[in-house]
Design a protein around this ligand. Structure first.
Ligand code: ATP
Ligand code: MG
Length: 263
């Protein structure tokens, strides 16, 4: 395993951006260990920009979306959690925990399928406690025609037959393709305006780092709910309306900021 030069311990707790720097560090290590694609660092940067605008916190519309997402995953026949490099590097332990609570299988599905990456991500998930991981065995994979990139190769007992797919940090093309196949798509995307956000059935506009632990908490609570009650949560949820509420929050935040006056 490569040893990165940067030392995470050198980031002082007092640094105003300590948390964000530590996340970056996880991704840099991930990139050096093949888990994260180079382009994954750029994607993260785009996410960070939106996180800043959203106040780097979980906002009420995200909580609403997470409740609907957990309810939908609980009611699904074949729920699947799609894992990419960034997700594995940032939050694999919690993701494995969530998959167990939701009885939802994990499938590795990558845009950049570099030699050794699937193996590196698999190892990371195993280390995090995963018992079953789909998307590893190349020979068994099948293709979904709606997609042209590497991501068209999916597991026959995973994304191929899934009715609900949870796709953190997704690419717009694949969200559209999964939708065309009649699947319900739940996305986590800090950019409320991305094609993914607009096209998903449920969009959680929040940082994946905060989302997965919160979803575990919600899943523990919703486990006690009847199917009827879970269904009601989904029916009450309107994705476009929820995204608009999030955009209004950004606007309100800017309007309430006091400018520094010159004396
Ligand atoms: P789209 O393909 O949906 O139009 P895009 O091409 O702008 O979007 P991609 O590079 O395909 O974006 O995917 C990265 C997305 O993941 C970005 O929208 C970014 O905001 C989001 N993202 C990155 N890091 C995180 C994170 N930690 N938590 C949540 N979202 C994130
Ligand atoms: Mg994209």
């Amino acid at each position: 395993m490569n040893q990165p030069n940067e030392n995470i311990d050198l980031i002082p707790d007092s640094h105003p951006r300590a948390k964000s720097l530590r996340e970056r560090h996880k991704l840099i290590i991930g990139m050096k260990n093949l888990v994260v694609a180079e382009a994954g660092l750029i994607a993260h940067g785009r996410g960070e920009a939106f996180d800043y605008i959203l106040g780097e916190k979980t906002n009420p519309p995200a909580i609403k979306a997470m409740n609907a997402a957990v309810a939908m995953l609980m009611l699904a026949k074949h729920p699947i959690i799609s894992v990419n490099g960034n997700t594995a590097a940032l939050i694999s332990k919690e993701l494995v925990k969530l998959s167990k609570i939701l009885n939802s299988k994990l499938e590795i599905n990558l845009f950049y399928r570099k030699e050794g990456r699937v193996e590196a991500i698999k190892n990371m998930l195993v280390k995090a406690g995963a018992e079953e991981i789909l998307g590893i065995n190349e020979i068994e994979m099948v293709e979904i025609e709606e997609l042209t990139c590497n991501r068209r190769r999916v597991a026959p007992n995973g994304i191929k037959i899934a009715d609900v797919v949870f796709v953190p940090l997704e690419d717009g093309d694949r969200t559209e393709a999964l939708k065309k196949l009649g699947k319900k798509v739940i996305a986590v995307d800090l950019n409320p305006l991305s094609r993914t956000s607009i096209n998903a059935d449920i969009t959680i506009v929040d940082n994946i780092i905060r989302v997965v632990p919160k979803m575990i908490e919600i899943a523990t609570k919703l486990k006690e709910y009847t199917k009827k009650r879970l269904n009601e949560i989904i029916l009450k949820f309107n994705n476009k309306k929820n995204i608009c509420t999030m955009l209004n929050l950004i606007k309100e935040y800017i309007e309430t900021q006091k400018e520094v006056s010159f004396r």
